[in-house]
Design a protein around this ligand. Structure first.
Ligand code: PAF
Length: 282
């Protein structure tokens, strides 16, 4: 496994792969890798000749300085995991090289920007859009892999690729969960034992809502009951629980079985902000 700490080294490493027309699969990450990331790596390995993973904690997508400074960093074990998984190249760029100065560009994703994560984390998606554009420009993969856990991020990246005609296929990989249903996330590392137990609540709430909706209950009543479940957990503090269109992420007031809809949740457990989602009808 090659480790490329600069853009030039990455490009040199990939030159012959590009020249031989090898299929390059790319998994961008912020490190603190878990089975969710490794599922993306496995998918990339399955269908690519060369698999590239980047690790970069992108300051531009954090609207909260504390969230940025406490984001888990586990570089040594990340590299071990990637080596074991058979990754070909790991790109480890520095902040100085990627952002020699504060970018003057910002990206507005329209209605996607004003709902859910966009509402609670102003500027977040612009930061994601800028770093993903940069990484796709540098790596030039044929396919890039993203987790369904970040449903709105997937929609943002699909918009980016479509609107800028970037020559890459975006492949979405299903969420990987712990045995009690908690979606895998690097932020789970920051939960205390008690908070970790309480964190199951997110998936329980999503499942409760899904079962109720599929049984014909209306969304507004179901939502009220779900909010009540969350109020009973003293470690939990809700940001949003919504029924949304799976592709546009716009909020829905009614469950329409013939539309592709998903339930989305963002909730603090203690100091840790967690998000999750569940498709209601595929
Ligand atoms: O999903 C993530 O880990 C990040 O948002 C990404 C796509 C690597 C961009 O920094």
């Amino acid at each position: 496994m090659k480790v490329a700490p600069t853009i030039e080294e990455l490009r040199t490493n990939l030159k012959s792969h590009h020249a031989d027309n090898q299929l390059i699969g790319f998994v961008p990450t912020m490190g603190a890798l878990h089975e969710g990331h490794l599922a993306l790596v496995d998918k990339a390995k399955e269908s690519s000749d060369t698999t590239v993973v980047s690790i970069f904690i992108n300051p531009l997508q954090f609207n909260n300085a504390q969230d940025f400074s406490t984001y888990p960093q586990t570089l040594e074990s990340d590299l071990e995991l990637l080596e074991k998984r058979g990754v070909d190249v790991v790109f480890l760029p520095s902040k100085e090289e990627l952002y020699p100065m504060q970018p003057s560009l910002s990206i507005n994703f329209g209605p996607l920007e004003r709902t859910l994560e966009g509402e609670f984390r102003p500027g977040h998606f612009s930061g994601v859009g800028i770093i993903v554009s940069k990484l796709l420009n540098i790596v030039k993969p044929h396919v890039a892999y993203f987790g369904q856990k970040d449903l709105q991020q997937v929609a943002v990246i699909q918009t980016l690729v479509r609107d800028l005609s970037i020559d890459v296929k975006i492949q979405v990989v299903p969420t990987v969960r712990e045995s009690d249903g908690l979606a895998m996330s690097s932020r789970n590392l920051r939960l205390t034992t008690q908070e970790r137990k309480a964190a199951r609540l997110l998936y329980q709430v999503l499942n409760f809502c899904k079962i109720e909706l599929l049984a014909g209950r209306d969304w507004l009543t179901t939502r009220q009951e779900a909010l009540q479940m969350i109020r009973h957990e003293s470690l939990a503090s809700m940001e949003y629980l919504e029924l949304v269109s799976t592709y546009s992420l716009q909020k829905q007031e009614k469950f329409e079985p013939e539309q592709a809809l998903s339930l989305v949740i963002a909730c603090f457990i203690g100091e840790v902000r967690l998000i999750d989602n569940l498709p209601v009808n595929l």
